[in-house]
Design a protein around this ligand. Structure first.
Ligand code: ADP
Ligand code: MG
Length: 264
């Protein structure tokens, strides 16, 4: 667990601020007025039943989905404004790409580039975005792969790696753009049980190093260890949130209790 940053709430912009976000697919309201503020260095774990809107929420933050209303800001910079009549314009494609490069995203299914080596998977984005030269990016990629325990596998192709190793490459890749925040969408749920621990260990290492993380997971023991705050979502709404000791041990809402009974 990280310690809360020792600053006044207004001293630095929130790492992530989500305000009154709504999102529907047809008549199905998937996000129904989400408000969430994540401070720099904070580790937030999002829990909730399947279909409750967790992935959609992360996808809105990363510009992979547009909310109908509400707004999201990253590091104090507004993104994804959709409310008509408030005078705020939609961002250009270029601005969206620039903002997306400040957000790391780790998916359930790794999504590595199959035709690139491990090293090039990690080095690709800093080069493509013009942040680093090819040589600098490869040096950084080596360091990051060492950090996730894969320094020996830099030349391998993803298909030669286990799921746990592939997910650790995906984490190194997310780190390569030096993002202000990293979003994880069920990073271990596609893994064989014996491979879950190595991926959670890497995420724990990031958490204790002060990286701002938002993690969707069903690993309750991990959530308890790593989270500064747990957010429980059901039906597209935040039902309750607080420190792990409150939400996991003394949930106030029946829906939270019901969920925890099923997953624990
Ligand atoms: P979770 O990640 O909590 O399981 P999701 O955010 O993936 O939930 O999905 C929430 C709801 O939105 C589900 O009912 C899902 O079927 C629906 N949904 C998600 N994406 C789409 C889409 N692209 N089109 C239509 N419905 C979708
Ligand atoms: Mg999901």
């Amino acid at each position: 667990m990280t310690t809360a940053p020792d600053i006044a709430p207004d001293a630095a912009p929130a790492a992530l601020e989500i305000h009154d976000v709504h999102k529907s697919y047809g008549a199905h309201r998937v996000l129904d007025g989400i408000d969430l503020t994540v401070r720099p260095g904070e580790v937030t774990v999002v829990l909730g039943p399947s279909g409750s809107g967790k992935s959609t929420l992360l996808r809105v933050v990363n510009h992979l989905e547009k909310p109908e209303s509400g707004h999201v800001s990253i590091g104090g910079e507004l993104i994804g404004v959709r409310r008509h009549g408030d005078g705020l314009k939609e961002l250009s494609e270029r601005a969206i790409l620039a903002q997306r490069s400040r957000i790391g995203f780790v998916f359930q299914n790794f999504n590595l580039f199959p035709h690139l080596t491990v090293l090039d998977n990690v080095a690709a984005a800093p080069v493509a975005t013009g942040k680093l030269t090819r040589q600098e990016a490869r040096q950084l990629a080596k360091e990051l792969l060492e950090r996730v325990g894969l320094g020996e596998r830099v030349g391998a192709y993803p298909r030669r790696l286990s799921g746990g190793q592939q997910q650790r490459v995906a984490i190194a890749r997310a780190l390569a753009l030096r993002p202000g925040i990293i979003l994880f969408d069920e990073p271990t749920s596609a893994l064989d049980p014996e491979l879950v621990g190595e991926v959670l260990a890497v995420i724990k290492d990031l958490a204790s190093g002060g990286t701002t993380l938002v993690i969707v997971t069903h690993e309750i023991g991990f959530a308890r260890e790593v989270a500064d705050r747990i957010v429980f979502i059901d039906g597209g709404k935040i039902v309750e949130q607080g420190p792990p000791a409150e939400v996991l041990d003394r949930p106030r809402h029946e829906r939270t209790r019901d969920f925890l009974r099923k997953v624990l």
